[in-house]
Design a protein around this ligand. Sequence first.
Ligand code: ADP
Length: 638
Amino acid sequence: MTVDIDEGKKAEGQPSFVAQLQATLNVIPAHTWYASPSGGLTFVNKRTADYLGLPKDHPLRFGIDVGAQWDAHLPFVHPDDREETQENWSTRLRTGEGGEGSFRVRNAQGGYRWFLSRAEPLRSSDGTILQWVGVNLDIDELKCAEKGLRESEAKIRRLVDANIIGIVIWDFDGRIIEANDAFLRMVDYDREDLVAGRIRWTELTPAEWRARDEHAVTELRSSGTFQPFEKEYFRKDGSRVPVLIGLATFEAGGNQGVAFVLDLTERKCAEQALRESEHKLRQIIDTIPAHVVRYRPDGVADFMNQTFSEFVGPGVGFDNLRSVVHPEDYPKRSRDWDTHVAAAEPYDIEMRLRRADGVYRWHRSRRVPLRDANGAIVNWYGAGHDIDDQKRAEEAYREALLELAHANRVATMGQLTASITHEVRQPITAAVTYALAARRWLSAEPPNFHEVDDALSLIVKEGNRAGEVVGRIRALIKKAPARKDAVDINEAILEVIALTRTEAANNSVSVRTQLAEDLPRVQGDRVQLQQVLLNLIINAIEAMRDVGEKERELLISTRHEPDGVSVEVRDSGPGFAPAALERVFEAFYTTKPGGLGLGLSICRSIIEAHDGRLWASPNVPRGAIFGFTAPAHPGEAS
Ligand code: ADP
């Protein structure tokens, strides 16, 4: 730029050249300035002065040359940009040529903005530099946008190069213009194939996915993006790879776009494996011969296996599952279940459930809670099975046992005929004797009515005794259902001893008792307990037939135990070999020529049904001890 400076000077009354320059620079909508030929900043326009926050009387606002150094303006520039700016400015001054550079300038608040600064020398007609004039354009927003773009470009580049997912640039004509290694690996093509244009997305897509692709194309053309979806691609060798693909065009209405592609092979395999194992598990759960039900933490069922849903039949679901419980069992069972759910305790129940055909069947079900790591209940699991047949078998077994016990009792009583006859005959004989005596007192002169009265009382007493004996024998022979009474065990023992007295005497066996006083009454069936005693006493008497007559001793004792009583029957017979100790309780084990071998096995089942224990042990110095326990009746104070 050259000006004729003399012209300005000549025009009298006209504003000076400098004043005109300043006025012009002030109205330009940019930051402007000028500097002396040696580079010292002399003037900045109002816009710049305000930006820099210069005081109102600052010489730079008026263009008063205070002889500033060529680089005196550098403190306004960002420290990081100073070196470059200084170099650039010194080049301008050395060469005298205009040029530009960009740097950040500090504003009044201490913040910085980017400026593109262009400086030109203003020369006189002889070429001498009169001034340097400059314009600074605020390019801060542009710079930021550029920076953002560069950053996001770098991020995208990293994503592409990292090859974590497949990235493809495509066009609507079916071309794949660019693809990263991850994508090429997925479809098993080389970069050469890509460069030669041999990979086309239209051809990578199997026929059944084409319709989907067409839909995507329509959507992309109208909205520019398409929601990720699953599809398959052909690999180079014709095999298929399952992928997840997301699509977007670069610009609205453009022909090109980008796609990200994820290989789903592993996920598909895992899904398949999971499906298979679920299927297998389901098959197992459905075919195990048990009814499996799952309950929510609140105790309501939310799953049942096929076995069980077939049992309850159609029309029964989780909402009305409780309706299959037998009305008699329902109130208690459901109350118990609710209590167990509240207490989070395993639950064991027996109840009747209605089968699809309307028949109620006994079931046994056990339910246990499954907890998470914190102990909270996730679900309850119940396994149940039909025990109806078993229940019936148990019932039949109990019946049979009762029959057998009865038969055994009758048979034992048969063995005791002599003893029983004696027991009955004794009071009758006595009564007859008293009757004869009464008759004598009656026929005396005068008749002695006092003695007659005494005799008659004794006859009544003996008659009652005979009646009692017969009553006890009847009770033992009668077949009656088992009872749960409070039984005085000592009294029951004494009665059995009475029945076997003659048998013992005939076999020269001396019988002794050691019966504890203040025993609690035991809970059970008197007749059955007496049957056990009868068996043990007769066995003992029979065993002692093999030893010398003087040594045959039978001792029956009772003892108070913590939770009931124990009874022991000791003999001085030959005892048994250790090996026979447990065998004696087996059914049909006998060492007697006419024995059945059922007595002790029946005794054991009777005692076990009484919640007691029956055992055998050797006696000292010889013989056998048979003992049993029986729990006290709940009503008895211990
Ligand atoms: P059975 O009396 O018909 O043989 P049990 O079941 O009552 O049937 O007894 C089985 C076997 O146990 C007897 O045959 C005998 O060998 C043995 N046994 C039972 N009681 C005694 C005893 N007090 N001393 C020795 N052996 C005994």
